[in-house]
Write a protein that binds this ligand. Sequence first.
Ligand code: ZN
Length: 419
Amino acid sequence: LTHATVCVKCQLKLRRENKPYPTCPSECRSIVKNVYTSKRLTLRDLPGIWHYNWLPVKKPSDYAQRSVTYKSKYFSKELGLENLYVSFTGFWPEVKAYVGTGTFKELEAVVAIQYAKENGVNRLISASAGSAARAFAYIASREKFNVVLVIPEKVTEEMVVPMVDEKYVKTLAVRGDYCDAITYADKLHDSTGIAHDGGGRNPARRDALGTILLEAVEKIGFMPNHYFQAISSGAGAIATFEAADRLVGDGRFGKVYPKLHISQNEPFTPMVKAWTARSRTIESCDVEPENVLDVIYAKVLSNKKPLYGLSGGVFDALEATSGEAYGVTNREAEDTSKLFERLEGIDIHPAAAVATASLIKSVDQGKIGPKETVMLNISGGGLRRAEKELGKQRIPITIEVDKDSPPEELRDILHENLS
Ligand SMILES: [Zn+2]
């Protein structure tokens, strides 16, 4: 076996079952992570993410994309940084980036679906505020794999992908916010038995995100001193920490973890507030406002139940790397988006603009030396180019429901639509 899945809290090696990922029988509710037999990073002669060995699947799919890291010339000069590396996941042919749905969620969907297929799961429910639903719709259509997507009704306008096959993709729009969509997805799982992909809890999804650091380290030659990313569930930050931990174990790329610099979009910054107070608990008042999707620029950064205080979560990753956290206003993010596009030549996803704005703040606050190596995770970009060159299809909404619809009703509605 290439890997074991382990509960971070009780260290139990978990049994592999016909599930999207193994869970701890002791109700630890902690992160479960993959521990790979090979402690060395192996660069395989395979395309896309499959180039890296630390993925929990037996066979690569024919998906051939991955993130692309390049050394910034113009934006770095603006910031006065000599070693700023941009890790770009999106569509930008000039740098050989061809991720059609334009965000790193696509990598997650690829590995989650491949893992599910290899472990006897033939249908997945996934809840998302946008990017992940688009990624799962596109990849499931390509892979001819069944998914049920649960999204907040407010984001249906943004549900555009290069290609979608309604035969495999069913989409439920919930009248409510992202949290209501997640709750609804759980109800749906309980009433239908269809497996929930688990979001950031799914280690297959996180290891897919981990390839972004692996690709960066392959390009740079060693681990960066600083890592910048905007977070919603926190899966990207946890994934990066886990990948860094494997690289430290390998030993050839440095022994020090990159310092994690995480950011969220004001006024919705529950993890920033908790970490600033060095608290493992998110205060319930910090997951207000109720209408978060109406007030933040980066709508995907609206997860109200992030993977924060639990064992192996964001708090632990920040603690282990002496991390930093930043709140970014809509105005700062939008201005940064324009600045980045003007200097680097590509449009970036709102969440990536939040991360980029936090890098500017960090430099302004003197937290980064001019010669230190910085990795900026541009988690999405090039959507306009992708739509122009790959075409676009709207993901059809199968059903629209109230957030309080009873599960029985859901099951019946679904039954009709799935048969
Ligand atoms: Zn456990």
